[in-house]
Ligand binder design. Structure first.
Ligand SMILES: C[S@@+](CC[C@H](N)C(=O)[O-])C[C@H]1O[C@@H](n2cnc3c(N)ncnc32)[C@H](O)[C@@H]1O
Length: 250
């Protein structure tokens, strides 16, 4: 039920989201105002690598990687988001397989087939984050790389959806396991809320080797126009958590 709500929500806000989220096809942005993939080099050489993007939205990351020679597949639960992906793929003259699916249950994808999995700001929407980690692990080849970014659990404490930038307060308990909220679409949403330890322990228990954890502080050069207060907040607390993990063969 709630999974359908998430899907419906994303189908309804796809246009609004894509208008705001203008990503470049030159590089991958893991966090607002922070160093991009070309500087961080988390993925390594992607040429001829089989890459899956989990919760791909309009698939900008996949397009960027396909332009660099990656063989990409994008998965998203929202058909409306995938329509944007389809158009951008055509515009950019690249070849990317798109799958409409739930990244908590990727039954349509075989085991051990991808060299790299990437996900930006989709794991925030899970009902069971460990299920998504398990699926990422299963579909990666041994020693495969998984790089993801998600909203930082500390930032989540601000109840960021209706953030009043002038009166910041902790509005959610850090220990809450589930967050229920109503977004602009009026649809009730229920998502898994993770503590840092849930994320780290989840990855370890599933068999990932944690290689790098980044809690980016934005770089001055990227101050977002008219959003100075937001910029001040994300200079005090991390907005994003970036993890690079490796699938250790069992
Ligand atoms: C904030 S958007 C991020 C999209 C893209 N990765 C980006 O960085 O712009 C979250 C995306 O996750 C997708 N999503 C949410 N829950 C999902 C699930 N269970 N399986 C697959 N995709 C999901 C939504 O449809 C949406 O496209």
């Amino acid at each position: 039920m709630s999974k359908n709500n998430i899907k419906e929500h994303w189908n309804l806000i796809a246009l609004e989201y894509q208008k705001k989220r203008k990503l470049s096809f030159a590089d991958i942005e893991y966090a607002p105002g922070y160093a991009r993939e070309s500087e961080l080099n988390l993925l390594g050489d992607v040429e001829e690598k089989r890459i899956v993007e989990l919760g791909c939205g309009a698939a900008e990351n996949s397009i960027t990687l396909a332009k660099k020679g990656g063989i990409c597949t994008g998965v998203d639960i929202s058909l409306e988001q995938l329509k944007y992906a389809k158009n951008l793929i055509i515009e950019n003259k690249v070849k990317i397989e798109l799958i409409e699916g739930d990244i908590e249950n990727l039954i349509m994808i075989d085991d051990d087939i991808f060299d790299i999995a990437i996900s930006t700001f989709a794991l925030d929407w899970m009902q069971d984050l460990n299920a998504a980690f398990k699926e990422a692990y299963r579909i990666l080849k041994p020693n495969g790389i998984f790089v993801f970014s998600m909203q930082h659990p500390i930032y989540n404490l601000l109840g960021a959806e209706d953030l009043d930038l002038k009166e910041l307060k902790i509005s959610v308990s850090y220990f809450e396991k589930e967050v229920t909220f109503v977004e602009s679409t009026g649809i009730d949403l229920r998502v898994h809320a993770s503590k840092i330890s849930d994320i780290i322990n989840g990855l370890i228990r599933i068999g990932f080797n944690i290689e790098n954890i980044l809690e980016p502080k934005p770089l001055e050069r990227d101050v977002i126009p008219h959003e100075e207060r937001y910029q001040e907040i994300i200079e005090m607390i991390p907005s994003t958590l970036i993890c690079k993990v490796l699938k250790v063969p069992k």
